[in-house]
Design a protein around this ligand. Structure first.
Ligand code: ZN
Length: 208
């Protein structure tokens, strides 16, 4: 069985969504393209968006990762302008949006109303109340390695509806199959069923 890796940075994985590095050439497999908050270059943000806009091809699965990060030095206002622009591109090209969010969940949620496409918080690793707020606002949650050992995150995952879940390796070095096995155990469903559900979720977010 093949297991879809929703968000990763590894060129050797072709079954999943590869997150393109800024100004990198396009791969042969599905990718997401965006400007990570920490890669924002305030003086040349226009050329960054030119790069983004001109590389949205057939293989482009999603826009992102993009979002808001409360722990970096880039001014909040600039981060919000850049994030908003990503949402507009996602709307225009009808591509889902993969979101990086650190300590700015309230702000990210406030942008939900202008988005017409699915919004997925990648690397979700926060408490239940934040998950509840996000789910109430129709976000999807993509979970990674911490699910293997973080008990409170396991409980969050248990209460997250199956049709709102994705699984990813991100930057972590481990086999995605381990994560699928853990989630199938936590959810009390077979690996086949979980795999099928993830594929259905992928289908759903591609159609708004
Ligand atoms: Zn990432």
């Amino acid at each position: 069985m093949k297991f879809f890796d929703f968000h990763h940075h590894k060129k050797n994985i072709s079954y999943g969504i590869y997150n393109l590095e800024y100004s990198e050439g396009l791969p042969e497999f599905p990718y997401s393209i965006g400007i990570h908050p920490q890669d924002i270059q305030s003086e040349s943000v226009e050329s960054q968006f030119n790069w983004l806009n001109s590389n949205i091809t057939q293989n482009c699965f999603a826009i992102g990762e993009c979002g808001l990060d409360g722990l970096i030095s880039i001014e909040q206002k600039i981060q919000e302008q850049v994030f908003k622009k990503h949402i507009e591109i996602s709307n225009e090209f009808k591509k889902p949006l993969i979101i990086h969010c650190v300590r700015k969940f309230y702000e990210v949620i406030s942008f939900r109303k202008i988005a017409t496409q699915a919004m997925i918080i990648h690397g979700f690793n926060k408490k239940q109340s934040i998950a509840d707020d996000l789910l109430k606002n129709k976000f999807y949650l993509s979970f990674g390695k911490p699910v293997l050992y973080n008990l409170s995150l396991q409980n969050v995952l248990k209460t997250t509806p199956l049709d709102k879940i994705f699984l990813e390796t991100d930057n972590e070095d481990f086999n995605i199959e381990e994560l699928y096995a853990k989630v199938s155990e936590l959810k009390g469903i077979s690996l086949e069923k979980l795999n099928q559900q993830i594929l259905e979720n992928l289908e759903t977010i591609q159609h708004g």
